[in-house]
Design a protein around this ligand. Structure first.
Ligand SMILES: Nc1ncnc2c1ncn2[C@@H]1O[C@H](COP(=O)(O)OP(=O)(O)O)[C@@H](O)[C@H]1O
Ligand SMILES: [Mg+2]
Length: 258
């Protein structure tokens, strides 16, 4: 078998002459790309999903999102870490469902279930017309999706980091996004915040959706109220004349027929 690191970083030799960079890259490789993850990535490459992982866009406790490239252009690859950290911050309701889905508490299988779940939710959101990355596939703990960013390959900023020239338009877009999610996709995100929405070509794009729940879920209402409160506060800081109660009322408003 070819060396998986060569598959992952084919341009490493040219691009990382500097030894220090090489060392930090290697640390990243060791942290994220255990053997099982490398094999999953190799298989996704064989499937033609992408040709190489370029660099990490963002890494955190639970995993990392990488830019990948191939004949079809750029893609985003989310790798969930197969460590014990991922479920520490997970709400009890989500953990419980995941256990049920993975039929047991096998940790790796739960991570795989979580990855599949993110793929399923993205597909459901995209089908309903919610702006989100289109999912392209997954294998074990690795999810491949549309890269949100410029044609040159620069990833879009999160709302939290973006400069918003027209907050009122963003208000309308976010209201439509939440309403489409609730009334068309029939899902509640559950972790909405300016950190989980990208700002691309002046429009919000929803990401990080694995913890979403169907609107019939017993916790759905409480989660929706919390999501809306986060957005209302964020919009208020941008100078939009709204409040959690008023945004809530706008989301709840019955759509006019016709
Ligand atoms: N499809 C994508 N295109 C471009 N960047 C992305 C994409 N998905 C995620 N990112 C970047 O990776 C970061 C982490 O992704 P997220 O799904 O929120 O993972 P986490 O579970 O670690 O919070 C995001 O804040 C964003 O900067
Ligand atoms: Mg996130």
């Amino acid at each position: 078998m070819t060396n998986p690191e060569e598959v992952l970083f084919p341009r490493r030799k040219e691009r990382f002459e500097d030894r220090r960079k090489e060392a930090s890259q290697r640390k990243l490789a060791d942290e994220f790309f255990d053997q099982r993850t490398l094999l999953a990535i190799s298989a996704l490459i064989t499937q033609g999903q992408f040709e190489a992982i370029d660099y990490p866009i963002m890494t955190g406790k639970e995993g990392g999102v990488f830019r990948a490239s191939g004949a079809g252009g750029f893609r985003a690859v989310k790798v969930y870490r197969i460590g014990n950290t991922i479920f520490r911050n997970l709400p009890a309701y989500a953990l419980e469902e995941l256990r049920r889905e993975a039929s047991g508490a096998n940790h790796a299988r739960m991570i795989y279930g979580w990855t599949r779940r993110e793929h399923t939710v993205l597909r459901r959101l995209a089908a309903a017309g919610v702006p989100c990355p289109e999912p392209y596939g997954y294998l074990r703990n690795v999810l491949v999706m549309q890269f949100i960013g410029t044609a040159e390959g620069f990833p879009a900023p999160r709302l939290h980091d973006a400069t918003i020239p027209d907050p009122d338009r963003l208000y309308n877009d976010l209201l439509t996004l939440i309403r489409t999610m609730v009334f068309q996709a029939k899902l509640v995100h559950g972790d909405l915040s300016p950190y989980n929405v990208l700002y691309h070509e002046g429009r919000p794009i929803l990401i990080d959706v694995a913890q979403a729940v169907p609107i019939e879920h017993p916790q759905a209402r409480a989660l929706l109220v919390r999501d809306i409160t986060h957005f209302a506060r964020y919009l208020q800081k941008l100078g939009v004349d709204t409040s959690p109660e008023r945004l809530q009322a706008a989301v709840d408003a019955v759509p006019v027929a016709g």
